[in-house]
Design a protein around this ligand. Structure first.
Ligand code: MGD
Ligand code: MGD
Ligand code: SF4
Ligand code: MO
Length: 759
């Protein structure tokens, strides 16, 4: 291990690493699978990961190369996700007999997950201290009866996390809509909702417009608020490919993330013994929430350079395809550099350096993730990135475009399948026509509104298909209270988590098959499909026997629930459960782009969905144009003595699933209860490195302390002054439910005003 800078209790801090992947990543991948799954079974399983005849990675949504695959088509974190699901450990009835729910509440997220796979349905009736096994029949009848009892279908909400397959998602929303509600909150509401909202208004599609090929052939890649080294590790291979063709990379991030500094590709000899490939050409240490100011500065430079005779803007594109340019230009010319520098934390010189890279490129891409979407003005972030690209015509041409990098492996597909509380009329009309029932038209609750409605007693049932709703949401105290108002909460899950402990009056755990497992129904072994971050639909075939004989597939659970809840339904749920091809038939009829669905996946295993921006330079906005949209420079006002905190992921977690307490690239080992601070703030606040602090959050900002988390260790880090970073979900208690992004209602997980109390 490199030089130790702090050691406090379990925590050891070393210097940040300057390169990612290489041999340590390979070792970590194999250690995970061999210890959790066994050497033989584990290694065999990895050879099926992301292969056409194998299963799709349950990790992130990064795409695989189209129609061609290497033997090892995965990263360290994909291997960890697989090992975590395929673990040999089991959380049995005996385990739940030994540990009361109160006892389980004292355990960490990591400990809960480490108990292994859930193996049979479990029930905790009102007042019960323990979970007890229950038969599937009784469990599903209990849910159906509770749903049938409701005065209105709108008194139930149906959450989805992003691992659900297309087929399960389609069947789920069909059931929920025939039941009579659009209350379909999902993890997207906490994630890329701001991207969807921002892009739809600007370019008429809520998805990205680039393919993997575009990324590898672009000349400049701007990466905003994303840490691909940990969260989308195979993106580094694509960035390396782009670099080798001469692309320039700009990283805009309060942290100079290791993965964007240098990459040693473990698939190459050079990556194993050599020094790897330098990735970012320019690093811009923007302040948290300073991106609007930066982007306005960047666009201002481009426009000013063009005004002074340099041929920077793509005038043909602006004239023929865009709307709102004149007002946008006027606003930028009037923007003051003092404001831009103050709010972005960057100098005019740094912004000019970014502009130099943009000006030298004919094909530019913007990539982004949660650093852009989880702020009050997140939609402005997304729209200004898109507008920056539009200035130079970087939409709808090869090597250029917008690239929101999605989180969960099928979060994008779930939306395509209709998991959305605000469905479009055209989707609902097609559903109604195909299945011949009167669909609900009123918008449903998103994730934040679901908690609010539960808190007000308006929801009686929460059904969650995957995920860890309680732990992923802000303000645990409030969310806990809200959940406890429900008559029944149901979690369809693979692993134990805190959402099984903070529940409604009655609670059910329904254990489901995971992505790695063989899904056998009465017609034979089933295939499912997913859609990756770049709009490619591909098949996934589970490869190992289920963790228990009592598991059901998500589809079987939902179809059986539909049969019990909707006895008069004319939809043939049984048929769809027995053979998933019947679900795909429905998808083909309802959702554009899925023509000849079955045939295409049988023949090729994957296909690209149409994308009007990419394929035709067509913008399906209200006015048919790509829109320039003006946004004021405003960032969260942080009173003196306080800091702006972002809650981020470590290298060894997948959202609320914590694999270990280490974050190798940032030099953190043994504990996640750390707060990263700038050295000047440590001095000014009278703190010391290694010191213990309590963290208070302030919301509304003017009001004194409202929420507190205890016992965090101060760690000195390269982070702009005034900014702080902590790990999610340990600090979700600090995040107020009502602090959300304008228009998208996404919790502002990365703009939390805090103060520190030395203890
Ligand atoms: N191994 C692993 N992979 C994952 C996940 C995981 O937990 N573990 N989660 C999956 C999911 S659901 C998602 S959504 C993605 C998340 O992927 P990321 O978005 O990469 O995840 P975060 O850790 O939330 O990191 C956000 C990045 O934004 C930066 N940032 C924060 N605030 C700002 C800001 O105001 N401006 C700018 N420019 N940058 C900022 C942070 O420094 C950090 O580098 O990853 C997916 N993949
Ligand atoms: N502070 C803070 N909070 C955040 C974020 C942040 O950056 N900061 N990020 C937000 C984001 S981007 C997201 S996406 C959400 C994530 O929120 P969720 O998607 O709700 O949470 P996960 O941690 O991904 O869910 C993990 C659980 O899913 C279950 N599971 C895993 N695989 C399967 C499967 O195949 N089938 C079924 N049925 N269940 C399965 C397991 O039981 C596991 O415990 O968190 C959000 N919360
Ligand atoms: S980049 Fe994402 S999808 Fe690809 S192997 Fe890694 S975790 Fe899995
Ligand atoms: Mo996410």
């Amino acid at each position: 291990m490199t030089k130790l800078t702090i050691k406090v209790k379990n925590l050891e801090v070393t210097e940040q690493k300057s390169w990612a992947a290489g041999v340590p990543a390979v070792l970590s991948a194999y250690k995970n699978v061999t210890t959790k799954v066994g050497p033989l079974k584990g290694t065999k399983l990895l050879t099926k990961l992301n292969q056409i005849e194998g299963f799709d990675c349950p990790g992130c949504a990064w795409p695989d190369p189209l129609l061609k695959r290497a033997t090892f088509e995965f990263c360290e974190n994909g291997a960890k996700a697989v090992a975590d699901e395929a673990t040999l450990k089991r959380a049995t009835a005996a385990f739940f007999g030994k540990h009361s729910i109160d006892d389980l509440k004292t355990k960490s997220d990591r400990w809960l997950n480490d108990q292994g796979r859930l193996v049979e349905p479990l029930y905790s009736a009102e007042g019960a201290k323990y979970y007890q096994p229950i038969s599937w029949e009784k469990a599903l009848n209990l849910v159906a009866n509770e749903l049938k009892k409701l005065e209105s279908p709108d008194h139930a909400a149906f959450y989805t996390s992003g691992r659900t397959s297309n087929e399960a998602a389609f069947l789920y929303q069909l059931f929920v809509r025939q039941f009579g509600t659009n209350n379909l909150p999902d993890c997207s509401n906490m994630c890329h909702e701001s991207s969807g909202v921002g892009l739809t208004e600007t370019i008429g599609i809520g998805k990205g417009s680039v393919s993997l090929e575009d990324l590898e052939n672009s000349e400049a890649i701007f990466i905003f608020g994303q840490n691909p080294g940990s969260n989308h590790p195979r993106m580094l291979s694509s960035l390396q490919a782009a670099k080798r063709q001469g692309a320039k990379i700009v990283a805009i991030n309060p942290l100079d993330e290791t993965g964007l500094q240098r990459f040693k590709n473990p698939q190459e000899i050079e990556g194993v013994i050599g020094s790897g490939t330098a990735l970012r050409d320019l690093y811009l240490p923007v302040k948290i929430n300073g991106d609007v100011a930066f982007l306005k500065g960047l666009c201002k430079v481009l426009i000013e350079r063009d005004e002074t005779g340099q041929d920077v803007l793509d005038k043909d594109f602006i004239t023929n395809y865009c709307s709102g340019f004149e007002g946008f230009k006027e606003d930028l010319l009037a923007a003051s550099w003092d404001d831009i520098e103050l709010h972005s934390g960057l100098t005019q010189i740094q912004i000019n350096q970014a502009a130099d890279i943009a000006c030298a490129s004919q094909k530019t891409i913007c990539c982004w993730a949660m650093g852009m979407t989880q702020h009050k003005n997140a939609v402005a972030n997304i729209q200004l990135m898109t507008n920056f690209l539009m200035l130079q015509g970087n939409l709808g041409k090869p090597g250029a475009g917008v690239c929101p990098v999605r989180g969960h492996s099928n979060v994008q597909g779930d939306r395509t399948m209709g998991i959305w509380e605000k469905p479009t009329d055209s989707f609902l009309n097609a559903l109604q026509q195909t299945y011949d029932f009167s669909v609900p038209r009123e918008y449903g609750y998103d994730a934040v509104e679901t908690v609010e409605a539960m808190a007000q007693g308006k929801l009686k049932v929460l059904f969650a298909l995957g995920g860890n709703f309680y732990r992923a949401m802000p303000d645990h105290e409030l969310t806990k209270q809200a959940l406890s108002n429900c008559e029944l909460t149901v979690q369809v899950s693979t692993k134990l988590n805190q959402s099984h402990l903070y529940t409604g009056k009655n609670a059910l755990i329904l254990p489901a098959l995971g992505r790695t497992e063989i899904d056998r129904q009465s017609s034979g072994i089933q295939t499912v499909t997913v859609e990756n971050s770049m709009g490619v639909v591909q098949t996934s075939h589970g490869k190992i026997p289920p963790a228990s004989d009592h598991l059901k597939s998500e589809i079987a659970i939902l179809a059986e629930l539909a049969l019990l809840t909707l006895p008069n339904s004319k939809i043939n749920w049984q048929h769809m459960r027995d053979d998933y091809r019947y679900i795909r038939e429905g998808i083909e009829q309802v959702i554009p782009g899925f023509e000849n669905f079955e045939q295409r996946i049988q023949q090729q295993g994957e296909f690209e969905l149409p994308n009007a921006v990419r394929d035709e330079r067509k913008f399906s906005t209200i006015n048919g144009k790509a829109n320039f949209i003006i946004h004021d420079i405003e960032s969260v006002k942080v009173p003196k003595g306080r800091l702006l905190m972002m809650s981020i992921r470590s290298h060894d977690q997948f959202n609320t699933t914590i694999y270990t307490n280490n974050d190798r690239y940032r030099g953190i080992h043994g504990s996640r209860r750390v707060v990263f601070l700038n050295v000047d703030d440590i001095d000014e606040l009278g703190l010391k490195e290694g010191q213990q602090v309590n963290i208070h959050s302030h919301w509304p900002i003017e009001v004194s302390t409202t929420r507190t988390v205890k016992q965090f260790t101060v760690v000195k880090y390269h982070i702009p002054k005034g900014c702080a970073a902590t790990y999610y979900p340990e600090t979700n208690d600090l995040i107020p439910l009502s602090s959300v992004a304008d228009k998208s209602n996404t919790p502002a997980y990365k703009s939390v005003v805090i103060s520190l109390e030395a203890i």
